[in-house]
Design a protein around this ligand. Structure first.
Ligand SMILES: CC(C)(COP(=O)(O)OP(=O)(O)OC[C@H]1O[C@@H](n2cnc3c(N)ncnc32)[C@H](O)[C@@H]1OP(=O)(O)O)[C@@H](O)C(=O)NCCC(=O)NCCS
Length: 160
């Protein structure tokens, strides 16, 4: 697991509750954090990912590694750190940000302005395998005129 998440959530085997998916994930490239009394207490990571939506080849900003320290949850820190990450994502070019989450977190991200995708989303895995993402996929526009294209979604990379 990445050092940032371990600092926040401790070194449990499955801090995000996604180990049962058996998926291989990409590390994030840009990291946003909140510190409290010299300790990292919240994190969100970003990277650009190539994606095919219908017949459109495009890119999205993938968001992942969202974590808030157990003693600091429920105080708006996820909202704050995800907003800071998205503010930067608006300067990166892609029209949308995309994340994967467990079903119980869909309502939380909806509260932050994200929308669940009804489409199945396929993602790459090692050895070029394509698998259907078992988690929920959520997207949010990064620009006022952004419209999510219709059609099947295929990430041309590992998920993040
Ligand atoms: C999930 C997690 C990141 C949330 O962090 P948090 O700091 O507690 O979240 P916030 O306090 O910023 O809450 C964000 C918003 O969602 C709302 N919310 C929280 N739980 C909710 C729920 N079950 N249903 C609907 N809304 C919910 C909050 O009220 C808040 O909305 P508001 O700002 O309008 O009041 C944190 O609990 C965590 O780190 N969990 C373990 C790791 C994990 O599962 N990460 C997710 C990987 S995708």
């Amino acid at each position: 697991m990445h050092a940032f998440q371990e600092k926040i959530l401790g070194n449990s085997d499955d801090p995000f509750g996604v180990a049962s998916t058996g998926l291989t994930w990409l590390p994030k490239e840009q990291h946003f954090g909140i510190t409290h009394e010299n300790r990292l207490v919240a994190h969100a990571g970003l990277l650009r990912l190539p994606v095919v939506i219908g017949d459109a080849e495009t890119e999205v900003v993938g968001v992942g590694g969202v974590a808030v320290a157990p003693g600091m949850q429920g105080q708006g820190l996820a909202r704050l750190v995800v907003s800071a990450a998205l503010e930067h994502a608006r300067t990166m070019g892609p029209q949308h940000a995309l994340l994967f989450c467990r079903p119980p977190l869909v309502a939380l991200y909806q509260r932050l302005g994200w929308h669940p995708l009804d489409e199945d989303v396929r993602v790459e895995q090692p050895e070029g395998r394509l698998v259907t993402m078992p988690l929920r996929t959520m997207v949010t526009p990064l620009h006022d005129d952004a419209r999510w294209p219709s059609g099947p979604v295929r990430l041309r990379s590992l998920p993040m």
